[in-house]
Design a binder for this molecule. Structure first.
Ligand code: BEZ
Length: 216
């Protein structure tokens, strides 16, 4: 029980600095804080040489250019060793013709996994679930996604989330459900009756005082 509580304790917090770490990877030792100035997508998978994880790595690799264009550094992680990661990445290249250009953390000590609450006891006591942490160029954690072992993630949704976070960071606006780049954004709701009254005459496209959109 104590061990379970220990593992669950390290959940990071949105809007706060993402916990820094130094870790061995397929590209040598990296430090999270060395990526300041870039967006980071830190994502975990349960295990090398498994089918869902392989499909996800191929999915991330196929979108690598789009992530790079959005100033995003992808960083993978599992509790497997560097040798296992190297063998798996080479196998993906050989069998699927897809090259994995991003570093993959070998978190054998589970240090990073525990910092980010990546081991979820209800799913597995030993391996990381499918997490995604989006960290902004100042090192602030902006979004987290947790998927169970059995369900692969959607890379288009992760890219859409990145674009959405970048737009809201730049324009101090919000994005509605199913927003896509180029769509109108949502004006954050007014916090006072005075602001609510003013909102309708501020030049936005409003249905009512609390629901206004703006084309960027
Ligand atoms: C997979 O990647 O295929 C997988 C890994 C752990 C549990 C279930 C599926």
């Amino acid at each position: 029980m104590e061990e379970a509580q220990e593992i669950q304790r390290g959940l990071p917090v949105l809007g706060k600095e993402a916990p820094d770490f130094e870790a061995p990877t397929t590209h040598g030792t990296i430090k999270l804080s060395d990526y300041r100035g870039k967006w980071v997508v830190l994502f975990s998978h349960p295990a090398d040489f498994t089918p869902v994880c392989t499909s996800e790595f191929i999915g991330f690799a196929e979108k690598h250019e789009e992530f790079a264009k959005a100033n995003v550094q992808l960083i993978g992680l599992s509790v497997d060793s560097v040798s296992s990661h190297i063998a798996w990445v080479r196998n993906i290249e050989e069998k699927f013709g897809v090259s994995i250009a991003f570093p993959v953390i070998a978190d054998l000590s589970t240090h990073v996994a525990k910092l980010y609450g990546m081991i979820q006891e209800g799913e597995s006591a030993t391996v990381t679930v499918r997490t995604v942490f989006v960290i902004d160029p100042d090192g602030i954690l902006r979004a987290m996604i947790y998927y169970p072992l059995t369900n692969g993630r959607n890379m288009d949704e992760i890219l859409r989330l990145i674009h959405s976070l970048q737009v809201t960071a730049t324009h101090k606006m919000a994005t509605p459900a199913n927003w896509q780049p180029g769509d109108a954004v949502v004006v954050p709701p007014p916090g006072t009756t005075e602001a609510a009254q003013a909102r309708l005459s501020e030049g936005y496209d409003c249905v009512d005082w609390y629901f206004c959109k703006k084309k960027l």
